[in-house]
Ligand binder design. Structure first.
Ligand code: TYD
Length: 137
């Protein structure tokens, strides 16, 4: 079962260029899983929070393509907060962790990659249920 110690900040390649910088990600390289899904969160009012839930199977990789926000991860024993504010850093969040995204700056843009296709059955949206899930497995 994953713990917050399995969460990793991953520095991405960055080609600095006076014409504009370029970064990229590759599956099974910077992103340690095969990408089944890409989604993004945008037009978030400044200061807003989203995503208080856990995924049973879905691993995630999160990039702040623009602006800044905090990803808070919790394994039931320990909590960690990661501030993402550069587009050349990604955060790997394995399945089985409670996670929220907080303090979105105005005009921030969160890009997320997932390891499984969308299904509501993969979500745990109740924190007590999450704690039971962590204790069972
Ligand atoms: P959700 O993951 O619940 O967002 P948050 O946890 O930040 O509140 O997603 C919001 C809605 O978007 C949800 O009702 C289902 C839909 N959705 C999809 O259809 N496919 C997806 O890949 C994702 C991430 C969400």
């Amino acid at each position: 079962m994953s713990t917050v110690d399995d969460v990793k900040i991953i520095e991405l390649p960055k080609f600095s260029d006076p014409r504009g910088n370029l970064s990229f990600v590759e599956q099974m390289n910077h992103i340690p899983f095969e990408i089944k899904r890409t989604y993004w969160i945008y037009d978030v009012p400044g200061g807003e929070s989203r995503g208080g839930h856990a995924f049973k199977k879905n691993d995630e990789f999160i990039i702040a393509l623009s602006g800044a926000f905090d990803v808070v991860v919790d394994d039931g024993n320990k909590k960690m907060r990661y501030t993402l504010n550069r587009s050349y850093y990604g955060l790997f969040v394995p399945s089985g962790l409670w996670r929220t995204i907080e303090n979105f700056s105005t005009n921030s843009f969160a890009l997320e990659f997932g390891s499984i296709h969308y299904t509501p059955l993969d979500y745990i949206r109740n924190y007590e249920e999450f704690i039971r899930f962590k204790n069972i497995i």
